[in-house]
Design a binder for this molecule. Structure first.
Ligand code: AMP
Ligand code: GLY
Length: 423
């Protein structure tokens, strides 16, 4: 039998990791990516179609006759790529537009949590900033101000006092004028992510991973998309992940199903482990980046097979299996990220033979210039992942590979993994 043709949408480190894992599947014959990145070159044929060009992607899926389409980022999901491709009879791993509102509308997401009895912080939803401002005059205690819509990580501000919240609100409003606003109680505790693969009814957790969100060592500096990751998570075991799935993901799937909606894809719950138990901060409708770059190298099972089961609503296995050991990913970012940074710096990468076993360098923001040289082309440029028998070994291997990358404009955190490097 000819292998499956799989099209992966997106161009970051997460998508490179998806391509890498899916290309290993015994079921898969050919992998395509749109727009993809230079690191995927050997594993996938890349097409220059943007991840938000829904009609262009539908044409491409037809042209390559994709048996399975895997959507990496949230924007095409929020734009309805899944619904559009379903019209052509294609199988898509990624939720429909209405289900993707769990990420694209924080107000919808909060309503769903409340309706389905999922533990979450107390919150009020306002039709616009003016109403929220009025409410802040009578508010007390530390609050979090959130924009309703997708804001590329810039739509949430955690504050100390209602006065600070009012200031944050007037700044935030400019990003989405006239949009709805959520005011939420500030929760204290350890933050962790739970990622599940869902088939519309059932949910199976992936191995929990820790993400390093701040730009600088010791969790200092501005928030970023993620400067590194480690799996297994030091905070949440696989058994706890199963319990958290029952508490925070399954009730949402049930509530959606009651509305005739079947969530098929990854549901990612951002959790705060508070003294009063776990509470959901937000849902994302996609894999985490850079969590994917540590979780997939540890996955024992065939990802393409699981994705097909999920798309077809027949995920009957009892769990997803992971290898022993640990995985660490160090992100190499452009100096200045997450604020202003320059692009176009030449990168000299080590050859495959120069890397330790279990090390993979995923490309995140790279480009190939006209003489086929790789250059920097984004904030997060490379995601260097390494497997080890434990976190110590994986950390050493990952930083060992980082040292072999030559580029004049990249920086890393030096405390990812064991945090022992003191670099
Ligand atoms: P969100 O997009 O809702 O996850 O918010 C982004 C970040 O803001 C989270 O990862 C948390 O660090 C923080 N955050 C969001 N909601 C709260 C909350 N209710 N209490 C404390 N921190 C929060
Ligand atoms: N690493 C956080 C995210 O993917 O949202």
């Amino acid at each position: 039998m000819e292998g499956l043709k799989v099209l992966i949408i997106g161009s970051g480190g997460r998508e490179h990791a998806l391509v890498w894992k899916i290309a290993q599947s015994g079921l898969v014959g050919k992998v395509y990516a749109a727009p993809g990145n230079p690191g995927m070159g050997k594993l996938a044929e890349c097409f220059d179609v943007r991840a938000d060009d829904i009609e262009g992607l539908a044409r491409l899926a037809g042209q390559v006759d994709a048996d399975l389409v895997v959507v990496g980022p949230e924007v095409p999901l929020a734009l309805g790529i899944t619904d559009r491709l379903a019209q052509d009879g294609r199988k898509v791993f990624g939720p429909c537009k209405e289900c993707a509102r769990l990420e694209s509308s924080k107000a919808f997401s909060k309503q769903m949590m409340v309706e389905s009895g999922v533990p979450t912080g107390r919150a009020a939803i306002f039709e616009d900033a003016k109403q929220a401002m009025e409410a802040l005059k009578k508010a007390e205690g530390p609050m979090v101000v959130k924009l309703d819509g997708l804001a590329a990580g810039k739509g949430v501000v955690v504050t100390e006092t209602p006065e600070e919240a009012a200031l944050a609100l007037s700044r935030l409003e400019k990003l989405q004028p006239g949009g709805r606003i959520i005011l939420e109680e500030r929760l204290e505790g350890v933050e962790t992510s739970l990622l599940c693969i869902c088939d519309g009814i059932r949910a199976l957790p992936l191995m929990p991973a820790k993400d390093y969100k701040r730009a600088l060592d010791g969790d200092k500096g501005p928030n970023t998309g993620g400067m590194g990751s480690v799996a297994p998570s030091p905070f949440v075991s696989m058994e706890q992940a199963e319990e958290l799935t029952e508490l925070t993901v399954v009730p949402i799937l049930k509530k959606l199903a009651e509305k005739g909606l079947h969530y098929r894809g990854v549901l990612y719950a951002g959790l705060m482990l508070t003294d009063g138990g776990p509470k959901v901060l937000e849902y994302n409708c996609r894999f985490g980046d850079p969590e994917t770059q540590v979780v997939l190298p540890l996955m024992e099972d065939d990802l393409a097979e699981i994705m097909l089961e999920a798309c077809e609503g027949r995920m009957e296995r009892s769990s997803i299996r992971f290898k022993e050991g640990a995985s660490v990913c160090v992100v190499m970012a452009s100096k200045g990220y997450p604020d202003m940074y320059d692009k176009g710096f030449r990168i000299d990468l080590p050859k495959d033979g120069e890397l330790d076993e279990g090390v993979v360098i995923f490309h995140a923001g790279t480009k190939q210039d006209c003489s086929c040289r790789t250059t920097t082309d984004g904030g997060r440029v490379l995601a260097v992942s390494a497997l080890g028998k434990d976190v110590d070994e994986a950390t050493d291997k990952a930083y060992g590979a980082v040292d072999k990358v030559q580029c004049a404009n990249l920086f890393t955190r030096s405390d990812i993994g064991t945090g022992r490097k003191g670099r």
